[in-house]
Design a protein around this ligand. Structure first.
Ligand SMILES: Cc1cc2nc3c(=O)[nH]c(=O)nc-3n(C[C@H](O)[C@H](O)[C@H](O)COP(=O)(O)OP(=O)(O)OC[C@H]3O[C@@H](n4cnc5c(N)ncnc54)[C@H](O)[C@@H]3O)c2cc1C
Length: 410
């Protein structure tokens, strides 16, 4: 009989954790997944190593999701990063902290191990995992949900919608859930790619692909106002700026925004002063040599000098005030016009989604449709790189799984 206490639509971390939590409470649960297998994004997460969470207390996590972060307060308090670590440890896959980044991975650094563990948990709890199934329509009658698929019709008292966003569509996330949510009466904040590279006008580093800067200040500007300022690694590619620092900042880019990278982590005035002082001490030193002391890659320095039309062999004493100021500006506070952000195909998460004011943040239940729970990336929540997105997905899933009720028995 296709009748369940709970049906979860979408087999990512949020849906899986909702399924496990409800099944632990004795619910009869089915998980419907349109792909041939669940958890495709778990497999690609952290380049196959699966960065599950991050150091920090739930309160410190909230900032990592921007202005919408406060919505996650209850979810992160009820199922904290520590709780997630304990879950994996208790089930035989303790997490390891990578100190330099603050990221937690399974100690085997294998996404497949994570997915296998979650599958095993669900099978032990008798969650029915139904893969390769296409949902055609979901309707709510007075008592229950009716889910029509390309093969069978299913009925359930509680429904979790956890179909993810629109990014990396090859993994199965093609935005289906937005249509379903809309049909059920929900508002969708327009989805946009996030955690994605940034393209700028007149990009000049195409030949430096692979060069990276470990920890630099990055600012996004709009209308001469700072929209966001986050430090982090920057990677130069053939066509754009990438790396975790850029990806995190990409979440805030709007139309007509500008990107500023401080390659030397020094204020304009401070670098300018140092250049003047060095000119007074050793004016015969060439400009290129002076710049290399800031640990800048030589090939990068050459391109920068070429851009400002400074001869590589030029001595500090020969540098005009105008060129010196252009050089210092380029290295500390040069604003580059952002022409576009990377597409959904390359974005790691989706910004936007089901509007948060229509979801009860204390339960994850829809305020529009009773017994409908909305969890994971499908809702208008996205976080920085570093494990924040999977943690949010798991916390929302657990909160939904803990909050839902069954008729008569609870
Ligand atoms: C390349 C890459 C690397 C990443 N690395 C990390 C990382 O290391 N750490 C981190 O925290 N985050 C990472 N993320 C982000 C993270 O994977 C997601 O935020 C997280 O998986 C979202 O979980 P979810 O449960 O909301 O949805 P998803 O994991 O997106 O799962 C949704 C599921 O629903 C299924 N589905 C969709 N439509 C239907 C339908 N109509 N019927 C049935 N099923 C459907 C999909 O096939 C999919 O399996 C990464 C993302 C990408 C793309």
């Amino acid at each position: 009989m296709n009748r369940f206490d709970l049906i979860v639509v979408g087999g990512g971390p949020s849906g899986i954790f909702a399924a496990i939590t409800a099944a632990q409470r004795g619910f009869k649960v089915a998980l419907l997944e349109k792909n041939k297998r669940i958890g495709n994004k778990i497999l690609v997460a952290g380049s196959g190593k699966c960065n599950l969470t991050h150091t920090g207390k739930p309160k410190e996590f909230l900032d990592k999701y921007g202005a919408n972060g406060k919505f996650l307060k209850e979810a992160l308090n009820k199922y904290s990063p520590d709780a997630l670590k304990i879950f994996f440890k208790d089930n035989g896959l303790p997490l390891t902290l990578v100190e330099e980044s603050g990221k937690y991975f399974p100690h085997t650094f294998s996404s497949l191990d994570v997915l296998n563990l979650l599958k095993k948990q669900m099978l032990n709890l008798k969650v029915e995992i139904i893969e390769n199934i296409k949902i055609q329509k979901i309707e709510k009658n007075l008592e229950e949900f009716c889910i029509q698929t390309d093969s069978e019709t299913y009925f359930c008292e509680n429904l979790v919608l956890s179909t993810g966003g629109k990014s990396y569509p090859g993994t199965g996330t093609t935005g289906d859930g937005y249509i379903i949510a809309k049909e059920l009466g929900h508002k969708i904040v327009p989805p946009r790619p996030a955690l994605t590279p940034l393209y700028v006008k007149n990009y000049v580093f195409q030949d430096l692909s692979g060069i990276s800067f470990q920890d630099v200040e990055i600012v996004i500007w709009k209308d001469n106002k700072k929209i966001v300022e986050k430090r982090g690694p920057v990677l130069l590619t053939h066509t754009n700026f990438s790396g975790p620092g850029i990806l995190d900042n990409s979440r805030y880019v709007e139309n007509e925004s500008y990107l500023e990278i401080n390659y030397v982590n020094k204020e304009y005035e401070s670098l300018n002063r140092e250049l003047i002082d060095e000119t007074n001490i050793d004016g015969k030193k060439n400009v290129k040599k002076f710049l290399l002391k800031y640990s800048l890659p030589e090939r990068f320095v050459k391109i920068v000098l070429k851009e400002i039309e400074i001869d590589e062999a030029l001595k500090l004493a020969e540098l005009s005030k105008e060129k010196r100021e252009s050089l210092v500006r380029y290295l500390t506070s040069y604003k580059m016009e952002i022409t576009k952000v990377g597409s959904f195909e390359m974005a790691m998460v989706t910004k936007g989604g089901i509007a948060l004011d229509e979801i009860n943040s204390k339960t994850m239940e829809s305020k529009k449709v009773k017994n409908l729970y909305l969890v994971g990336e499908i809702v208008d929540i996205d976080g920085d790189t570093g494990g924040y997105n999977i943690q949010a997905a798991c916390s929302m899933g657990v909160l939904a799984g803990k909050s839902m009720k069954r008729k008569e028995r609870d």
